[in-house]
Write a new protein. Structure first.
Length: 357
C-alpha cells in the first residue's frame, strides 16, 4: 500500500540553489586576505569570487558574471561598490537582471543595514551566502537613476562636501603613519573637524532650483503627512541656497545616520530633502539627526518620482557615496530592483491620489 500511494504522489523536484557570484572591492579596508580566503571556501564555485581593483576591472567582471549566468550578485565594499556593480551589470544587460545583495564590508553600509546583512565574520558571511542561495529570500527596493548610475541616494550640499573632504583627508595621509585613522567613522570625524566645519561656515552655500520632472510631488512632515497641495510636473519644489539638497530611496545615509526618515514610506516615491540649516543648528541637534527625528522649519521634505537639481555654479554632487565634481545640473529618476534580503523590508503604502497629474 505504501508503495502504491508513493507512486501516485507527485514527485517534488529538489529546490535548486541559486548560483551566486561575489564582487569585492579590493581597495576597501575590510576586504583583506582573511575575508577573501573565507569566501573562497564558502562558495561552491570559488571562481565566482571576484576582487576588483579598478573601474575598468569592474566592467570586465560584470560581463564575465553575465556570461556565467549567475542568479545572484553580492557586492562587498560599501554602498559605492554596490552602486558600481549594479550599474555595470545593468548597462550591459538591462533586462533579465540577476538579484543583487550586499555583504557588510564597507565604510558606508547603509544598504547593508536596510537589507539585513550580517556582520563581516565568517559565520555572518556564510549566513548571507546561504540566504542568497535560497529562492524565498527575495524582495524589491527602489534605486535612483542619476547620470547613468543606479544608487540609493544622491545629492549636493553638506553630504557631498563631507565626502569630498573625507576623500581629500585620505589622500593627504595615505602614505603617513596616520593612514589607518582615515577610514570609517574616525576618518569622517577627522574630515569634518579639520575641513568640513570650516568650509561650511566660511564658504557660500550653493544656490539651486529644483523642478519636479515626474508625477505630482508632495511635501510632507516628519511623519509623512501631506503639507499643502501637491506640485504638478514642471513645478518648482525649491529655489534658493541649500545646506543640503539630496534624494534617497532608503532611510540611512551611512554610519547609522537616518538622514531620510520618510524614504521608506512610499513604494512609488523617493524622498527629496532640502534644507538651509546652519552648521551650529545641525551640531546642536546631532542625536535627533541620527535618529531621524530632527525637526526644523528650514528643512523641506518631498515625495517624488523624478526631479532636476540645477545649481547656479558648478558644484560637487555625491552619487551613492561617490564624489562627482563640477556639476551644474543633475536629473534624478527612479527604478525598481530585485534584491536578496536577510530581514523583512518594512511595508510601504501606495497613495493613488498622488498618481493623477
Amino acid at each position: 500500500m505504501f508503495l502504491a500511494l508513493n507512486q501516485l504522489s507527485p514527485q517534488r523536484e529538489p529546490t535548486r540553489k541559486r548560483k551566486v557570484a561575489i564582487v569585492l572591492n579590493g581597495n576597501a579596508r575590510a576586504v583583506n586576505e582573511r575575508v577573501v580566503r573565507d569566501l573562497r571556501e564558502l562558495l561552491r564555485t570559488p571562481s565566482d569570487l571576484y576582487v576588483s581593483q579598478s573601474l575598468d576591472q569592474g566592467k570586465f567582471i560584470a560581463r564575465h558574471i553575465i556570461n556565467r549566468g549567475c542568479d545572484v550578485v553580492l557586492s562587498g565594499g560599501g554602498d559605492g561598490t554596490f552602486c558600481q556593480v549594479v550599474s555595470d551589470i545593468t548597462a550591459l544587460r538591462p533586462h533579465r537582471l540577476p538579484l543583487f545583495g550586499v555583504l557588510r564590508l564597507g565604510t558606508g553600509n547603509a544598504l547593508a543595514t536596510v537589507l539585513g546583512a550580517s556582520r563581516s565574520t565568517r559565520d555572518g558571511m556564510a549566513s548571507d551566502l546561504q540566504q542568497a542561495q535560497r529562492p524565498s529570500a527575495e524582495s524589491e527596493i527602489n534605486l535612483l537613476r542619476v547620470k547613468g548610475r543606479l544608487a540609493p541616494f544622491a545629492g549636493t550640499g553638506l553630504d557631498s562636501l563631507i565626502l569630498s573632504d573625507y576623500n581629500a583627508t585620505k589622500r593627504s595621509l595615505e602614505r603617513t603613519p596616520f593612514s589607518w585613522f582615515t577610514t570609517g567613522g574616525p576618518g569622517y570625524a577627522l574630515a569634518v573637524a579639520t575641513r568640513s566645519l570650516w568650509r561650511f561656515t566660511l564658504e557660500p552655500l550653493p544656490h539651486v532650483i529644483i523642478h519636479n520632472d515626474g508625477a505630482p510631488a508632495q511635501r510632507v512632515d516628519l511623519q509623512g503627512r501631506p503639507l499643502g497641495d501637491s506640485i504638478a510636473r514642471g513645478g518648482i519644489l525649491y529655489q534658493g541656497p541649500v545646506a543640503i539638497a539630496a534624494a534617497s530611496t532608503i532611510p540611512y545615509y551611512g554610519l547609522g545616520l537616518r538622514l531620510f526618515p520618510q524614504a521608506d514610506q512610499r513604494r512609488d516615491r523617493f524622498q527629496l530633502r532640502v534644507g538651509n540649516v546652519s552648521v551650529m543648528s545641525v551640531l546642536s541637534q546631532l542625536p535627533a539627526l541620527f535618529a531621524g527625528t530632527l525637526q526644523d522649519s528650514r528643512i523641506h521634505d518631498f515625495l517624488c518620482t523624478a526631479v532636476t537639481i540645477r545649481a547656479t555654479l558648478p558644484t560637487t554632487f555625491q552619487i551613492g557615496g561617490d564624489e562627482i565634481g563640477g556639476q551644474s545640473s543633475v536629473s534624478i529618476g527612479m527604478t525598481r530592483m530585485r534584491v536578496v534580503t536577510g530581514a523583512a523590508l518594512p511595508p510601504r503604502h501606495h497613495d493613488a491620489s498622488l498618481d493623477a497629474a
